[in-house]
Design a protein around this ligand. Structure first.
Ligand SMILES: *Cc1c(COP(=O)(O)O)cnc(C)c1O
Length: 410
């Protein structure tokens, strides 16, 4: 919950400028109430169907963010051994963890088997054999869903579409039945479900509807071959409003799915990431300098592409607002960071109240793929993260120090 009270931006009951003064910038601020609200709207939206919502941890893997969802009863969708480690520390029950990704290593698979996770989403025949061998070495049976590449367009940015035949993800739908037959023949594999994830920041219902149709056709083909599935995992991808997008709500999606799902008892799994965290976080930054070149006006801030890579990576739009409105006239500016790359910008030709030096700005909708994608590029210590709950706040990751930059180096 980020809103203005008079001229000042609040995170729930706390002034954002208070946090920036106390903790320094760049600073990620999360709202616990927003995290809970987005989770519950998903959960309620699909209340009609047996379901499990597995938070895609790669969107924001902070332990305290995970903890909020774990407390709500969510599961986790992980993509590495590192995320499994984090998920368990956050308090996610292993029986609610699914493991995605095209390149799980033997060590990662054994780690997850020992922890007893709910399901491995398997993306190739070779990976299936590797998992079978890993499970055999531990005298276990590995629960498996095959990830389908349904070849549907998600109508999103090309770098975040994942379900077309051009993408590396999943097993082509034309090979799915035969791959399940291989899985069935492997002694240390237990078939439990089917999965797919078609992309991210999807802002209309129709790609999901088409995709559901493909999935149900496969479920029926498999059932005709005597392969019964317990769950169908529809991945993540539901978009959020960064600017003027009007994505469907989870209950809109559920309504659209209802006719196709009637009379089926499959448990539905979802792997939302962005939807759960995107608008629950902002990145607060301070204006260092302004520069008028005659051609353009630049506002140079202390956050950079190493803190929030989305504009540089995807030309992503993030709303920027002053933390305290100063009432000055609006101007058209580029908001840029200090990193030595022309791609290091947060906004181009943006109409903003012209900020003073030293003022704080809030880059909005930064809760997903923000800190999680951050790096130390240009030897910049990573930002601090703080969680606000009502009038209280807690630092959930300390700002990195210069010593942190060289840890492990000689
Ligand atoms: C990235 C990813 C997600 C989450 O995507 P969002 O768009 O953030 O909801 C879910 N499942 C898989 C397999 C992913 O790779």
């Amino acid at each position: 919950m980020f809103k203005f009270s008079g001229k000042s931006l609040l995170a729930e009951g706390v002034g954002v400028s208070v946090l920036a003064e106390k903790l320094g910038t760049p600073l990620y601020v999360y709202s616990e109430a927003s995290l809970i609200e987005s989770y519950r709207s998903f959960d309620k939206g699909f209340a009609k169907f047996p379901h499990l919502i597995c938070f895609a941890m790669k969107a924001n893997s902070n332990l305290s963010v995970g903890r909020v969802f774990a407390r709500e009863g969510a599961g986790a969708d992980i993509v590495s051994g590192g995320e499994l480690y984090r998920a368990l520390l956050s308090g996610f029950h292993p029986k609610r963890i699914v493991f995605s990704g095209v390149g799980k290593t033997m060590d990662e698979m054994k780690y997850a088997l020992k922890k007893g996770i709910y399901c491995f989403n398997i993306e190739s025949v070779e990976e299936l054999h590797a998992l079978n061998a890993a499970a055999k070495s531990l005298k276990m049976k590995a629960p498996v869903a095959l990830r389908v590449n349904p070849d549907v367009q998600a109508d999103t940015h090309h770098k975040i579409t994942t379900g077309t035949k051009e993408n590396k993800f999943g097993i082509p739908k034309s090979h799915i039945v035969e791959t399940y037959e291989i899985a069935k023949s492997l002694k240390n594999i237990a078939i439990t479900g089917i999965q797919a994830h078609i992309g991210s920041q999807i802002t209309s219902v129709s790609p999901f509807e088409k995709f559901l149709k493909v999935m149900l056709e496969l479920v029926d083909q498999l059932s005709a071959k005597g392969i019964a599935l317990k769950h169908m995992d529809l991945g993540g991808g539901l978009g959020i409003t960064y600017n003027k997008e009007t994505p469907p709500s989870p209950s809109d999606l559920a309504k659209a799915f209802e006719p196709q799902l009637k009379g089926r008892s499959l448990k539905l799994l979802f792997e939302p990431g962005r939807f759960l965290v995107g608008n629950a976080g902002i990145l607060v930054t301070q204006v260092i300098y302004r520069k008028r070149t005659g051609h353009k006006t630049f506002v140079i801030v202390d956050a950079a592409m190493n803190d929030l890579a989305r504009p540089a990576l995807y030309d992503a739009y993030h709303e920027i607002v002053p933390v305290h409105k100063n009432g000055s006239a609006k101007e058209t500016v580029d908001v840029v960071g200090p990193v030595c790359e022309s791609g290091d910008y947060f906004a181009k030709a943006r109409h903003l109240e012209y900020p003073e030096q030293g003022e704080f700005l809030a880059i909005q909708s930064a809760g997903a793929y923000g800190f999680a994608m951050s790096s130390q590029y240009n030897s910049r210590p990573r930002a601090a993260e703080v969680m606000v709950s009502g009038k209280k706040w807690k630092v959930v990751r300390k700002r990195e120090t210069l010593e942190d930059l060289i840890r492990g180096e000689k």
